[in-house]
Design a protein around this ligand. Structure first.
Ligand code: SF4
Length: 351
């Protein structure tokens, strides 16, 4: 039986998964205040993945650390974005790599064999000042090193003995990182809708928002420079068409539309003109508000539209369609539509 501390360090292990299963936790149980630290840490894991690209190892409270992993996996699964899946899986895998570098050779070998089925032998061999501690069968080696670009990982540059590649301790840890990333990516990519208690949904929304705010910076798909109105989600189309027809919009609807257009790359003058020409809004005040949302004034934060859950709460989620069932944020809808248009060779700019 795996210890709680071991499960906290490596929560993806089969033993750790079984340990969590013995607690028979249900999603609704997480609404109990006694789980707020677990939820906080779960949210922190995903936030660290988004912001830092690595999840920290917070091992002071082993039970919280262990339970926060499946919670974080659930958050990512519910957000349902392929780029976030990859970002999170990599950040958790880098955490594991950092921890493994401090483990004994025996521990590394046990994980490699028991969790990933590696054909691996423990050795001790010194060559050219390098201490090799493992021999890994070349098929397992190739499966994991194939994505590395550095010359030192190419099979022709490796020391081999009877079909086995010699590895240092750190190299073995690096190859295990690849396995862990793959395993976690498969786990989080099972996207789906789950009815969540409010305390959990709030955190999912925050994670989805944080991800949208940082997507471009962390290398996610860039939006096209021209606005593609055909790709607008139903709520934004409704707000846009409402504005054009002179319908009075709520503050939330105006904020959602403006922040959406800002993030979609519409020129600020054009947005100001849209509002001023079809309403009796004061141009100076409208410009000030739009520039504030665009991050040119005040806190210098560029705002993103609210999440779908917040839009629903404020009654501005109109006519959600089939794609809406898969996403948590209006900008995610827009990105997916644009990707689909590109695949089909379609898509017209708005103006
Ligand atoms: S589900 Fe989201 S994207 Fe779709 S209409 Fe509602 S708020 Fe807009």
């Amino acid at each position: 039986m795996i210890s709680e501390r071991e499960a906290a360090k490596y929560p993806f292990l089969k033993g750790a998964v079984s340990l969590v299963e013995t607690l028979s936790l249900k999603v609704d149980d997480l609404a109990d205040p006694s789980y707020s630290r677990v939820l906080d840490r779960g949210e922190q894991r995903v936030s660290e993945a988004i912001l830092e690209g690595i999840v920290s190892a917070s091992l002071g409270d082993a039970l919280t650390e262990m339970l926060s992993f499946p919670v974080a996996v659930m958050f990512v699964t519910v957000v349902g974005d392929r780029f976030l899946d990859r970002r999170y899986a990599l950040a958790e895998a880098v955490r594991v790599y950092e921890l493994l570098k401090g483990e004994s050779e025996t521990r590394i070998a046990r994980m490699a064999r028991e969790e990933f089925g590696w054909n691996l032998r423990l050795i001790r061999r010194e060559l050219d000042g390098q201490i090799y501690r493992f021999e890994l069968h070349f098929t397992d080696y190739l499966r994991n090193a194939a994505s590395f670009h550095e010359d030192k990982w190419k099979l022709v540059n490796r020391v081999m003995r009877d079909g086995y590649v010699l590895l240092t301790r750190v190299e073995a840890a690096r190859l295990i990182q690849v396995e862990v990333e793959d395993l976690i990516r498969k786990r989080v990519s099972k996207h789906g809708r789950i009815a969540l208690p409010d305390a959990v949904q709030e955190r999912v929304d925050r994670v989805a928002k944080l991800f949208e705010e940082h997507r471009a910076r962390i290398g996610g798909e860039e939006l096209p420079s021209e606005v593609v109105s055909d790709a607008f989600p139903p709520c934004i189309r409704h707000a846009f068409e409402g504005l054009m027809s002179g319908r009075r919009a709520s503050h939330m609807e105006r904020f959602a539309l403006t922040s959406f257009l800002v993030n979609a790359g519409m020129d600020l003058d054009r947005i100001v003109q849209l509002f001023v020409s079809v309403t009796d809004f004061d141009e100076q005040l409208t410009r000030y508000q739009i520039e504030h949302i665009a991050g040119l004034r005040g806190s210098r934060t560029r705002y993103t539209p609210p999440t779908c859950a917040t839009m629903r709460t404020h009654g501005v989620c109109y006519n959600p369609d089939r794609l809406c069932k898969r996403i948590k944020h209006p900008l995610t809808y827009y990105r997916i539509k644009i990707r689909d248009f590109k695949k089909k060779g379609e898509g017209r700019p708005a103006e």
